[in-house]
Design a protein around this ligand. Structure first.
Ligand SMILES: [Zn+2]
Length: 208
């Protein structure tokens, strides 16, 4: 069965020094670069917001980052401005091996809804095209890595499970914002069928 590595949001703003840093986020880069060659396909997602995005606290009078609000009928955590289209913060980290990436799926362009998952916006109203891309290539076995484990990786894996894909998490190449919530999320994802890996070996050796 063909395999695909899905690299979630390894962008400057999510790395220490960026606008919305994930603790130790930089540590995923070398882990990802070490395994990209093991997969038939490699794709990446990129958070890609317009400056007026509704997930930014700065666009809500009287709110500060990490406040809660309702955005277009959905619960929304408000974030610092991050991953604004065309800025350095939105670029993939310069040390990430982007030569291996065959396709990039951008998300979060609609200012009225946030998009944690690489497959759908948070309201499940629009697709990014990633599911169709994978099905079109007859890829059903997905390995996830990137940032952040408790947000965009988590929601991507949940959507992929719902879409019928076999889901694997490459643990050394994932970091969460909150370790406590990530622990609970991993229990839920494995209960739903996701498989966690602490190591991967060359193509033939990728465990089923
Ligand atoms: Zn975002």
């Amino acid at each position: 069965m063909k395999t695909c590595l899905i690299i979630i949001d390894v962008q400057n703003d999510f790395i220490p020094g960026g606008a919305l840093p994930v603790p130790e986020g930089n540590e995923v880069i070398a882990e990802i670069n070490a395994v990209v060659g093991y997969f038939d396909y490699v794709v990446a997602t990129q958070d890609w917001h317009p400056p007026d995005h509704g997930s930014f606290a700065s666009n809500h009078e009287g709110k500060i980052p990490f406040d809660q609000t309702i955005l277009n009928g959905l619960n929304q955590t408000l974030w610092p401005d991050h991953c604004i289209q065309g800025t350095r913060g939105a670029e993939f980290h310069s040390e990430l091996d982007t030569n291996a990436i065959q396709a990039v799926f951008r998300k979060g362009m609609d200012p009225t809804v946030d998009s944690y998952s690489g497959f759908y916006d948070n309201g499940h109203r629009h697709q990014t095209g990633l599911a169709g891309f994978l099905r079109g290539l007859d890829i059903w076995r997905l390995f996830f890595c990137g940032l952040a484990g408790d947000y965009c990786v988590n929601y991507s894996v949940k959507d992929a499970l719902d879409e019928g894909f076999q889901c694997h998490l490459y643990m050394p190449a994932i970091r969460p914002i909150s370790q406590d919530s990530y622990r609970e999320i991993l229990k839920e994802l494995t209960t739903r069928g996701a498989i966690l890996h602490d190591e991967l070996t060359a193509p033939a050796g990728i465990p089923s």
